[in-house]
Design a protein around this ligand. Structure first.
Ligand code: JHZ
Ligand code: ZN
Length: 409
């Protein structure tokens, strides 16, 4: 919902709230030791669906500077799985669209250059756009020229005025991150060459609901997309959804939408739209049982952890992810249950989780301190994390996976 209470896509005013998570801290606002005794802002977190255009969105609008400039230590390059996915993502269009030295690939939310470096290595000119200072600096150091700015219509017009139009625009996990959704999509249309391709990835709201992934609802994510809501949104800006790819293991279920200026829909588009209608993903009814299921996951997790803890087990967490902030704060899991959280991202070491103040350290602590159970808070990387922690498991360490349902492995 925008500041005037209207749907971020169609402007409709009949939004129906289906989940209230209470007041939550900002998901990436990790604290230094000095800041622990200071004030910590919290904002209401309510998810709603628009019955007019089916877009799922949160009601609160935290200024993007607070989210992505002041508090953003997320570096894409800490997951091997994501790096592999991104490399494939680059190699595909380089071949199928014959990209070369005269092409331009622009990525919005290019983070530390994890994706664009693949195009750059193949000799394709690239431009990264990302407002987060530390990841943008890392991208520059990796040879990816990066504009440290927010993307929108103004920046798109400026680039076009400089003679730069994109053959490919990649926008992964960023269309959900903008308050001015229509301005963002209009910017894509402005910047795209007439025969260009826009490639957008985002977690699929159908899977979010089916798998109870409530912890991916947080203030950085203003919107949660389906094919129906994307199709309606892009048409408003003279763009068309032409193809859909599905990556079930990425971030809990991700869709990649291929969008262009010419309407050439593949069967995948018709298939997804029909399936969403059949299941009612485009109607409020689909979302109405979600809150009850979310409360059950929370209760199951808290009872399990309490039982283990009361039985003398020592517990830790893996993954100081944004989603971990929501899971821990919503469930009220603090240092009473988890002694520490490990994460590969060195920028987060020595800091504390927002709200619950659990300390963060490097993954080697699992072997050094051998907790009996480790809760995989970054459950979306469950396979990668369990694979990497074989030694911990061999020494008797067990994992608790909270989502989609609480499980001990
Ligand atoms: P991860 C981020 O959310 C933020 P988060 C953002 N707003 C978004 O949209 C989504 O991503 C897509 C660590 N890790 O990716 C790295 C290891 O330590 O699920 C991360 O800190 N070892 C842009 O933060 C965290 O876990 C590993 O082996 O919820 C995962 O965070 C692996 C694989 C990850 O996203
Ligand atoms: Zn709407």
């Amino acid at each position: 919902m925008s500041a005037d209470g209207a749907c971020r896509s169609c402007g409709g005013k009949a939004l129906e709230v289906f989940l209230s998570l209470g007041k939550m801290p900002l998901p990436d606002a990790f604290l230094t030791g000095d800041a622990l005794s200071g004030p910590e802002p919290r904002y209401p977190l309510d998810a709603a669906v628009c019955p007019d255009c089916s877009l799922v969105q949160i009601l609160e609008e935290v200024p993007p500077e607070k989210l992505f400039v002041e508090n953003y230590l997320y570096f894409s390059s800490f997951s091997d799985a994501l790096l592999g996915h991104s490399r494939d993502h680059a190699l595909g269009p380089i071949a199928s669209r014959s990209l070369g030295p005269d092409s331009l690939v622009v990525e919005i939310a290019s983070n530390d250059g994890y994706l664009l470096k693949n195009f750059a290595e193949a000799g394709v000119p690239v431009l990264g756009i990302d407002p987060a200072p530390e990841p943008a600096r890392a991208a520059e150091a990796a040879g990816v020229p990066t504009l440290q700015e927010f993307f929108g219509t103004d920046l798109a017009r400026r680039l076009v005025a400089e003679g730069r139009r994109a053959d490919v625009i990649v926008a992964n996990n960023v269309m959900a991150h903008v308050p001015d959704l229509n301005g963002f999509v209009e910017g894509l249309a402005v910047l795209l060459a007439d025969d260009g391709l826009i490639s957008v990835e985002n977690p699929y709201v159908r899977d979010l609901v089916d798998h109870g992934e409530f912890d991916t609802i947080y203030h950085e994510h203003f919107c949660y997309f389906s094919c129906t809501s994307v199709d309606t949104l892009v048409r408003r800006h003279g763009l068309f959804l032409n193809h859909v790819e599905y990556f079930p293991d990425l971030h809990g279920g991700t869709l990649r939408w291929h969008i262009a200026k010419r309407e050439e829909p593949s069967d995948t588009v018709r298939g997804y739209l029909a399936e969403e209608r059949r299941r009612g993903v485009d109607t409020p009814a689909f979302y109405r049982t979600f809150a009850t299921r979310v409360a059950k996951v929370r209760d199951d997790l808290v009872s399990l952890l309490r039982e283990l803890h009361d039985g003398g087990a020592r517990l830790a967490g893996y993954g100081a992810a944004a989603k971990a902030t929501i899971l821990l704060n919503y469930a009220g899991i603090g240092t009473d249950l988890l002694d520490f959280i490990v994460d590969r991202n060195v920028h987060k070491h020595g800091m504390y989780m927002p709200g619950v103040h659990i300390p963060i350290t490097g993954p080697e602590a699992l072997l050094e301190r051998s907790p009996d159970y480790t809760v995989i808070l970054a459950w979306n990387f469950r396979a990668e994390i369990i694979g990497q922690q074989a030694e911990y498991a061999a020494r008797g360490g067990r994992f608790v996976v909270p989502i989609p349902a609480v499980e001990v492995v």
